[in-house]
Design a protein around this ligand. Structure first.
Ligand SMILES: Nc1ncnc2c1ncn2[C@@H]1O[C@H](COP(=O)(O)OP(=O)(O)OP(=O)(O)O)[C@@H](O)[C@H]1O
Ligand SMILES: [Mg+2]
Ligand SMILES: [Zn+2]
Length: 512
């Protein structure tokens, strides 16, 4: 009789059910695995054979056939070792009679890689698999001990850690208990101090104010300034002033990191907003995701957090253009041979650039040494449509030494409270609409629903005329003004909010 054990393969961020069927028949001893396994599954044969032996059991001296179904699901990695080994043993004469209830595993998923010793090793994507398990009709997960923590983010799941192949088999026979992981845990131990605390940033009040606005309304930010002016430092301070992750956001982002294989014993969850800063030499796949069995890229690893692109114009144009879809839709779609997978990518973009290749354009002391042609090429490197997705454009000037000796100002925790209050106002305002932040307001809503004083309208109209602002920029200024008003706890956008918002259109004001 063939024995079935259920496991799952990862497709994008979802688990796809895989049925492992093992049959042990009389005949010349052999061991075959069918069902489109790739190289890794073939290697599994040796590991499984030795792990069974080292667990104190006998590999059946029979014609053993294992089928992983359906064949159409691509299977990669070593996470099928444990379910295959269990299925084989259950099908063998030695166990068939001894296991009383063959239905124990019918409602469960079994995942885990085997070491030659029979120990169960952790796998990538355990949380993604477990998140899909209810949809797959399975409510229990037998998994490697190191993966239990990430799965416990899902409160409704029964997670049973399996330290060794032997532990699971002896449990199935009824010789030894195997208990669910019910140990109480807290996220507190996993919080770290912010990468950069705002109290350590001296001066740069204008830039710090822009960080608060960016975090409060979820506005993307472009900083332009000479080398050493503190752009990188400012960007690193941003996650520390954003509101804490909600539980659902924590699950979302941990799932992405789980599939990417970035979780560890020390970091089984993401409790804080991620900060990703890929280098401009990073490949397109590294940035947006991809591969034959697609993996999430930096835009998805930064989901619910910050994607920092330092030296923005140095990124290849193809890479920059590929950011448009994730910025627009909050997700990336990656084509595969037959179909496609989707990864979430709702990040806050912070980009930085020097004002010119030599870095000193506009500097009161250093002269700029760039040839005019070079300058234009540099400034045109980032396309208009991409810049259009960035609500806040600021300059970060180099501070004179005497200012650098000054005080740093408010700590991140204080600024975070300001941001949190502004977000709360947005949450209440946007209860009935699909968007939740000012940055995501559609123009139609801005036109109809925002309350703006007549005075503020006049100022805005004057700015549009003076700087030849486009219609798109007009709406963008209003979005930022709305966030500034939220920070000021005002339901009406007044002249001071609009006037400040216009300042963040630095690009238009210097190029026209
Ligand atoms: N306002 C500031 N307050 C405190 N330290 C600062 C400030 N500005 C710069 N620094 C110091 O200068 C260093 C360089 O800053 P940072 O790397 O952020 O500059 P940058 O603008 O990113 O430069 P580059 O264009 O070369 O990347 C920081 O590590 C920090 O020690
Ligand atoms: Mg820098
Ligand atoms: Zn220059």
């Amino acid at each position: 009789m063939a024995q079935k054990v259920y496991t799952a393969s990862i497709v994008g961020l979802e688990g796809a059910l895989v049925t492992v069927e093992a049959d042990a028949a009389n005949g010349l001893p052999s061991f075959t695995i069918v069902g489109l396994p790739d190289m890794a599954v073939k290697e599994a044969r040796e590991r499984i054979r030795i792990a069974i032996k080292n667990s104190g059991y006998v590999f059946p001296r029979m014609k053993v056939t294992v089928n992983l179904a359906p064949a159409s699901v691509k299977k990669e990695g070593a996470g099928y070792d444990l379910p295959i080994a269990v299925a084989i043993l259950l099908a063998s004469d030695a166990f068939r009679e001894r296991v009383k209830d063959h239905g124990v595993l019918s409602e469960a998923l079994v995942i885990g890689e085997l070491a030659l010793s029979g120990d169960v090793r952790s796998v990538h994507g355990a949380l993604a698999i477990a998140s899909s398990s209810n949809a797959l009709g399975k409510h229990i997960v037998y998994c490697p001990p190191h993966n239990t923590r990430e799965i416990r983010l899902l409160k409704e799941m029964t997670v049973i850690p399996v330290p060794t192949l032997r532990a699971l088999m002896e449990y199935l026979i009824g010789n030894a208990p195997l208990a669910p992981d019910n140990e109480a845990f807290s996220f507190d131990a996993y919080y770290k101090a912010p990468l950069v605390d705002c109290s350590s940033i001296v001066g740069n009040e204008h830039a710090k104010r822009a960080l608060i606005i960016a975090a409060a309304g979820n506005h993307n930010l472009l900083m332009s300034g000479p080398p050493g002016s503190g752009k990188t430092m400012l960007a690193r301070a941003l996650p520390g002033i954003m509101p804490p992750l909600t539980h659902d956001e924590m699950v979302d982002i941990t799932r992405v990191w789980s599939v990417a294989g970035l979780l560890s014993h020390d970091q089984p969850w993401l409790v804080e907003r991620p900060f990703r800063d890929p280098h401009h030499s990073a490949s397109l796949v590294a940035l947006v995701g991809g591969g034959s069995n697609p993996r999430p890229g930096e835009v998805s690893l930064a989901h619910h957090g910050v994607l920092f692109l330092d030296e923005f114009p140095e990124f290849p144009r193809s890479v920059l253009e590929s950011l448009r879809q994730p910025l627009e839709l909050g997700q990336v779609t990656i084509a595969r041979a037959q179909d496609h997978v989707t990864f979430p990518s709702r990040f806050l973009l912070v980009a930085s650039q020097n004002p010119c290749p030599c870095g000193y354009l506009g500097d009161p002391v250093h002269p700029c040494t760039c040839a005019p042609g070079l300058l234009t090429r540099y400034q045109n490197k980032v396309s208009g449509p991409l810049l259009d997705r960035i609500d806040l454009h600021i300059t970060v000037p180099r501070l004179p030494v005497e200012k650098l000796e000054g005080d740093g100002g408010d700590p991140s925790s204080v600024l975070r409270d300001v941001v949190h209050a502004a977000r709360e106002r947005q949450r209440q305002r946007f209860v009935d609409v699909p968007w939740k932040t000012n940055a995501a307001m559609p123009s139609e809503y801005i036109r109809r629903s925002l309350v703006i004083t007549d005075e503020a309208k006049v100022v805005l109209r004057q700015a549009v005329e003076k700087f030849h602002l486009s219609g798109r920029v007009y709406f963008r200024v209003l979005k930022v003004a709305r966030t500034i008003a939220d920070i000021a706890k005002s339901d009406t956008i007044d002249v001071s909010h609009v006037a400040e918002a216009i300042q963040y259109r630095f690009r238009e004001s210097v190029t026209v």
